[in-house]
Design a protein around this ligand. Structure first.
Ligand code: NAD
Length: 499
């Protein structure tokens, strides 16, 4: 029988109040049930938020350097358990072990960064315009943070949010995606083992509609940090706007790699294979468009198709696998429906375009890496996020046209250009509309200590990662100390000065 897992609310591991559960299954082998998790509802969210409000009172008083020490211990525990967490993650969401290890490593890097930030968390000082007066601004925690995360980075993304939220002194109610409840549970177990007070971290499993929405609506939640699709981001934005809540949104992408005629083609080829088909194309930063300058177009496409056809599909735990399954049947259907859209729009399919069902693959949700050529910027497959192993190739004449095509989507997360010409590279940096631009690297591969996020429909102006995320989870307080012993009025001219 499958192992039963729980929510963590008010300092206790507990079932959903309804008693209902859902199964967590392996997308590479749908017969394998990895665990049974609580199918929670509004009442569980309410209890978790009240617990977090209690936890906040205690946690905010712990000095930030001590909170940092706890983050350091979380990092150490993630190091210790890296391999078993990575294996569990591959089983619950499919990506290959090398990548799930990387996902945990990102959590480790984020923990150690947060540990250091405990001794910084800098405020600002400024001189006063009046004599004998001292001014300083400090960061304070906000309160209860609601954290809602997607399934494609089951450890990294929750840590990007939860570690800085806690380091700043907030308490947390965490709702992981229901496709990856196991990794979310492991993370909370380690936070508790490291010494986070039980009421400061709460875990509620369940769906977006039954747990996500009540969490966003709850008046006791002060800040929401969400990563997921732009459609859900819009919905969350309108609900939290009513409550005047602080909201950080990290949303979808439709990232492109440009390859110019002068590029190192071997490098550009490695880059696009990794960017487009790593994580089975299910990354917010996945390369979903390839923009080729006409001089290298024919040769590059030929080599790309050959390499793509040779990618091996399989279980992510098998070391010979290049590309794992997609997350579930619904997502596979969605990917295939985009392939049909592309064909109807007149794009030409060069490889893939179908599910892979031979042998053991029939047990899971596999889709062949897919390449379309003759794609125009107006086509839906060139503009909309597909979130699967589908690459749309576009041909351009000049750098200006390449940048114009790259910018012609509603999204603006990651981008890349391969060129040996420094002038072209800097033009691209200046004119590409994206939060991230790589020169001679693929669109994927963000580092934990640098700002991460995008422009346009990819977000609402915040940046996770590095130091910028600490702005999301702190409130500024400005303090004036007047030691002149008299009433000094800022901006008001004194009688003496006017005379
Ligand atoms: P999703 O939007 O369907 O779900 C994300 C999370 O929100 C899940 O926990 C889900 O249960 C919850 N949710 C769903 N509907 C909700 C609602 N109405 N109210 C509150 N919560 C709700 O996204 P997904 O399928 O899990 O992930 C894929 C998407 O995430 C893609 O669009 C991808 O680009 C995006 N993503 C963005 C980033 C980034 O940093 N910009 C990173 C990873 C993934």
């Amino acid at each position: 029988m499958a192992k039963k897992f729980h929510n963590f609310i008010a300092g206790k591991w507990c079932e959903a109040q309804s008693g209902q559960t859902f199964e967590n299954r392996n997308p590479a082998n749908w017969d394998e049930v990895l665990g049974v998790f609580p199918k929670s509802g509004k009442e569980d969210v309410d209890k978790a938020v009240r617990s977090a409000q209690e936890g906040f009172k205690e946690w905010r008083k712990v000095p930030a350097p001590q909170r940092g020490q706890i983050m350091k211990r979380v990092g150490d525990l993630l190091v210790k358990h890296k391999e078993d967490i990575a294996r569990g993650m591959t089983k619950e969401m499919g990506k290959v072990l090398m990548e799930t290890r990387g996902d945990v490593q990102e959590g480790i890097d984020t923990a150690y960064y947060a540990a250091g930030e405990g001794r910084r968390l800098f405020g600002q000082t400024a001189p006063s315009e009046l004599p004998s007066k001292f001014c300083v601004s400090i960061r304070q925690p906000i309160g209860v943070a609601g954290v809602i995360t997607p399934w494609n980075f089951p450890m990294a993304i929750p840590t990007w949010k939860i570690f800085p939220a806690l380091l700043c002194g907030n308490s947390v109610v965490f709702k992981p995606a229901s496709d990856v409840p196991l990794t979310g549970t492991r993370l909370v177990e380690l936070l508790l083992e490291a010494g986070v007070p039980p009421k400061a971290i709460n875990l509620v499993h369940g769906t977006g509609s039954t747990v996500g929405i009540p969490l966003v609506e709850h008046p006791g939640v002060d800040v929401i940090s969400f990563t997921g699709s732009s459609a859900v981001g819009r919905q969350i934005s309108s609900i939290s706007g009513q409550g005047l809540k602080r909201l950080s949104l990290e949303l979808g992408g439709k990232n492109a790699q440009i390859v110019m005629d002068d590029a190192n083609l071997d490098l550009a080829l490695e880059g696009v294979i990794w960017g487009a088909f790593g994580t089975t194309g299910q990354r917010c930063t996945a390369t979903s468009r390839l923009i080729l300058q006409e001089g290298i177009y024919e040769e590059f496409v030929e080599r790309l198709v050959e390499r793509t056809r040779n990618l091996k599909l399989g279980d992510g735990l098998d070391s010979s696998t290049d590309v794992g399954p997609v997350i579930n049947e619904k997502q596979r259907e969605n990917i295939h429906s985009y392939v049909e859209v592309g064909q109807r729009e007149g794009a030409r399919l060069l490889c893939g375009g179908e599910s892979a069902n031979e042998g053991k693959l029939s047990k899971g949700f596999f889709y062949r890496p897919t390449i379309f050529v003759d794609v125009t910027p107006q086509m839906r497959i060139a503009k909309e996020e597909i979130f699967g192993p589908v690459l749309a190739v576009l041909k351009v004449k000049t750098l200006d046209e390449a940048i114009e095509v790259l910018n012609a989507t509603p999204y603006g997360l990651s981008s890349s250009i391969y060129t040996q010409d420094v002038n072209q590279a800097f033009r691209a940096i200046e004119d590409i509309e994206a939060g991230i631009t790589y020169i001679n690297g693929p669109t994927i591969g963000a580092e934990a200590h640098l700002p991460f996020g995008g422009v346009k429909d990819t977000g609402n102006g915040h940046r996770e990662g590095g130091w910028t995320v600490y702005d999301i989870f702190t409130e500024w307080k400005t303090i004036y100390v007047d030691y002149s012993g008299k009433l000094q009025k800022a901006q008001i001219d004194t009688e003496k000065e006017r005379a």
